[in-house]
Design a protein around this ligand. Structure first.
Ligand SMILES: [Zn+2]
Length: 247
């Protein structure tokens, strides 16, 4: 009787041990961040694919090796990709109708032109008394190194409310204090644009670029709304799309 009792207790302990292992394993399988990732991935829009040309990622880590071949059109003398002509015209037209006329300051830039813009900003910093290293750092904070500017895709534009542009003629973050710039930032996703370089520290870490209240990037309406809703930079979105394909 005593042996049988010990045997039963031994079996019970083994069962408990195995049960505990299974429970621990299951818990390990569903970490909270995995759940979030799966939830997002399942909800990604249909057009969120790696081969969608509107989602091309261009930054310091992904510089363009050569000029992209795409049809360019001019809007008020500013070249942009034909892809964004219609949505951009509607965006700016509707801003005007809402009482906030805006200026298209910059669109497509060639790599050569980007080089010129970069060098001019650097020289300006040096002339203001910065050392070579300081000037280079300051320039890199606001201007992409040639080859890594989104403006080379023709899908990125600098748009600023006339409330600010007409007065200061300068692209500055504080333009977002104007009602007109607020309107542009709020409504951009309805036309397929996202504010590319956001204010949050995580966003800035992910893009490597300081906040720009004027730089809008076309990604299509579905993607723009999704990215804005979930506060994702294009770098983060691109990673999610890649992760989705690996699953
Ligand atoms: Zn820009």
């Amino acid at each position: 009787m005593k042996n049988k009792g010990l045997l039963a207790m031994g079996i019970a302990l083994i069962v408990l041990f195995i049960g505990g292992c299974i429970a621990a394993y299951s818990l390990g399988q569903t970490k909270p961040q995995d759940q979030v990732k799966t939830k997002h991935a399942a909800q990604l829009p249909k057009s969120a694919t790696s081969n969608n040309p509107n989602l091309i990622l261009v930054n310091k880590k992904h510089p363009l090796k050569q000029e992209l071949g795409f049809k360019k059109v001019e809007m008020n003398g500013i070249p942009v990709s034909q892809t964004i002509q219609e949505p951009l015209e509607r965006f700016m037209h509707d801003a005007q109708s809402a009482g906030y006329p805006a200026t298209l300051v910059s669109g497509y830039r060639s790599k050569a032109y980007q080089e010129q813009v970069f060098n001019q900003n650097y020289e300006q910093n040096v002339s203001q008394g910065m050392s070579h290293d300081q000037a280079l750092k300051a320039t890199k904070g606001v201007i992409q190194t040639p080859g890594s500017s989104e403006h080379e895709t023709g899908l990125a534009v600098d748009v600023m409310t006339n409330q600010y542009w007409d007065k200061y003629h300068n692209l500055e973050a504080k333009s977002d204090q104007m009602a007109g710039q607020k309107w542009l930032i709020k409504h951009a996703p309805d036309y397929g644009f996202v504010l590319r370089y956001v204010k949050s520290p995580e966003g800035r870490k992910s893009t490597g670029i300081d906040y720009e209240s004027w730089h809008f990037r076309y990604v299509g309406v579905e993607n723009a709304k999704y990215m804005t809703k979930h506060r994702l930079t294009l770098e983060q979105y691109d990673q999610m799309i890649k992760d989705q394909h690996q699953n």
